[in-house]
Write a protein that binds this ligand. Structure first.
Ligand code: NAD
Ligand code: DAU
Length: 365
């Protein structure tokens, strides 16, 4: 990747923030602008200490995006902005259609208007998507790869599938230089505590039930977010325009295995650091009881996909991509991050990060 002037949509969300931090550490020659509308999942505090400039705006505001691309001479757009939580898509699908489909179309239209005008200029539009577009796997099925047919099952997955098709069409029809990556379940620092790992971690610290959907035997391929960011950077620097790359963590685990790992790690942390019992007196581990006593089976998620898994052969052979963390290491680091960054998640839990965003950024959009 040559020095780039990058626009990161959704850069105040979980993976976007980690991508900004990854680029700053590994590609200090890049200039980064973040475009984010700061929904409930967008947290400007997560960008604190980075050099990225945050512009608060909606990806559906085509005029605004065109002005940004033009005025800042942006040559690379990495598109993370989305409604991303499956449970929310079941209860309120409309926002997913608006952001993930209409929003992606609006971004593509802006990119086409600015980058392909006249004789055109060098550019790249990278779209971040998900393995959920491929549907669900039976236990013995081969893992998803770039040629797996689409079969989205949730409103979220359907909206991401729609956005993938639009990106493909803008390449084939208009010649926009695009790449797409479809990745598996990310975990790591700065993840909003609605997703399995941060939700269960914070619930266990507060002595709240751990709500396991159905039998808990659903399988996900866990990918540390920094490995995902490394994969995206590899696609940007070495990927072929018009291609799709599947990025996974090589860590297929049943939810119950993840939950048992999480409970055991919390118990071990409390056993080796007596200060945790003072900080989190409601945790069972503070009283010598296993965190696993909080496990509670609840009604299954409607349409719940049973298994996801990713075959990274293309990313490995064409880009040299390989996940560098196994789940045990990645999870241990994630637990340590949440224990060390209590002010971050306290602000998320009590909503005060929203006020911070209003004070610091609303007037700069
Ligand atoms: P997230 O929900 O944590 O963050 C999404 C960000 O997008 C937020 O900052 C939010 O404010 C912003 N946003 C939402 N609507 C917007 C709009 N209309 N205009 C501008 N900004 C808007 O999501 P995430 O987990 O960081 O996921 C990032 C991307 O990666 C998404 O496209 C998601 O589909 C994809 N993905 C995520 C995972 C995962 O495990 N988290 C796995 C595969 C793919
Ligand atoms: O596979 C990639 C996808 O991973 C991304 O595209 C999505 O944006 C991301 O949210 C994630 O989707 P999942 O639905 O797999 O993630 P979630 O953390 O919501 O759930 C992981 C598994 O844990 C899933 O099988 C449902 C289960 N679960 C989840 C929650 C929140 C529970 O059993 N209880 C819970 O409370």
């Amino acid at each position: 990747m040559t020095p780039a002037n990058i626009l990161v949509t959704g850069g105040a969300g979980f993976i976007g923030v980690n991508f900004v931090r990854y680029l700053e550490a590994n590609r200090p020659d890049c200039r980064i602008t973040v475009l984010d509308s700061l929904t409930y999942a967008g947290n400007p505090q997560s960008l604190a200490g980075t050099r990225a400039e945050l512009v608060v705006a909606d990806i559906r505001d085509q005029q605004k995006v065109e002005a940004l691309l033009q005025d800042r001479e942006i040559d690379t757009l990495v598109h993370f902005a989305a409604e991303s939580h499956v449970d929310r898509s079941i209860h309120g699908p409309a926002a997913f259609i608006e952001t993930n489909i209409i929003g992606t179309m609006s971004l593509l239209a802006a990119a086409r208007a600015v980058w392909l005008a006249g004789s055109g200029r060098p550019h790249r539009f990278h779209h971040v998507s998900t393995d959920e577009v491929f549907g669900t796997l039976a236990p013995g099925d081969p893992p998803f790869c770039e040629t797996t047919p689409y079969a989205p099952n949730s409103p979220y997955a359907a909206s991401k599938a729609g956005s993938d098709h639009l990106v493909r069409a803008w390449h084939h029809t208009y010649g926009l230089e695009v790449t797409t990556s479809n990745c598996s379940n990310n975990y790591g620092p700065y993840q909003f505590p609605e997703k399995l790992i941060p939700l269960f971690l914070l619930n266990a610290l507060h002595g709240k039930p751990l709500p396991i959907y159905g039998d808990g035997q659903q399988v996900r391929d866990w990918l540390h977010v920094e490995d995902h960011c490394r994969g995206i950077e590899a696609v940007l620097s070495q990927g072929t325009v018009g291609e799709i790359y599947c990025i996974g963590g090589g860590a297929e685990l049943a939810n119950l295995t993840v939950i048992d790992t999480l409970c055991a790690a919390i118990d071990a942390a409390f056993a080796s650091d007596p200060g945790l019992a003072t900080r989190f007196p409601d945790a069972p581990a503070a009283h010598g009881r296993p965190s696993a006593t909080l496990k509670t089976h609840v009604q299954d998620r409607p349409g719940h996909d049973r298994r996801y898994a990713i075959d990274c052969t293309r990313a490995r052979s064409e880009l040299g991509y390989a996940a560098q963390r196994d789940f045990a290491q990645g999870f241990a680091e994630t637990l340590a991050w949440y224990l060390e960054n209590e002010p971050w998640w306290r602000a998320v839990m009590d909503g005060s990060y929203r006020d911070w965003g209003e004070r610091n950024y609303r007037d700069r959009s």
